[in-house]
Design a protein around this ligand. Sequence first.
Ligand SMILES: [Zn+2]
Length: 308
Amino acid sequence: MTYEQIPVTMLASGRELFLPLHRLEGRAAGPTLGLSAVVHGDEPLTNEIVRRVLTSIDPAELRGTILAVPVANPLAFEALTRHTPIDQLDMNRNFPGSPSGWLSEQIAHVLATKFVAQLDVHVDLHTGGIFPTVDYVYIFDRSRELSLAFGSSFLFEPSQPYQGTFAVPAAQKGIPFFTAEVGGGSFLDAHYIEHGVRGVMNVLRQLKMIDGDVVRPAAQTIVTDMAVIRPRVGGVLYPEVGLDMLGKEVAGGTLLGRVVSPFTFETLEEIRAPYDRGVMILLRGAMMRVHPGDYGYMVANLATARPA
Ligand SMILES: [Zn+2]
């Protein structure tokens, strides 16, 4: 395995900004799989998934190459924030980037031209962030089999995907890409690290880069309608459903959480399940401060669900 630093620019502090790149070359020929982590700086669990994947594969048993960027946004990681502190942008809405754009766009451009340009397949790893915990993968036409192979119970096929994500350079190149959302929230980290590692190994098996059978859950469900529920007010969010409800069905109107004023202790907002039959995709494992507009909950609409 080799380690390189891809130069990006020099910061005002005089420090060089670079991106870390690991290259694990197999003994036999095969495709080049890209793994990226910590595109959002508050998702460190994805870094550990990459580390474990790289250290658990014997190059003698690998066909092709794994290229991994374990920290795609080092400045956001340093601050443990979703956005890049210097320009306040979400890099994952600013692909394919630009060499003359904002700093986040410059980093995105380097990722597109120096990393994705080398790939045949790209998997981008995410979590729910510091407080929310999440469990699903995106599914797109070009990556259908790989998304399924990752082995999550729920797959999201959005009719209107977010613009400017890391999917853009892969789409421009015409290679399969998907985003996996695993864990976060600092609860059940061991469980979700294992889930993420198993998912990437399954993708490697699906691509015939390593031997072995893809291990998938008995049932996988594709959903096309997902509510992102953002608190309208800030305060302390008290969850009313536990982490054990992740991936479970929830009836319309069920109280998911309450936003309480830390000053008066009044309940300022009650957050309720939006669909007659929904399934919990993202939730919060404990009480914590929320901002208005944060990712509060995600609930998928089972009326639009179909078996994978
Ligand atoms: Zn993310």
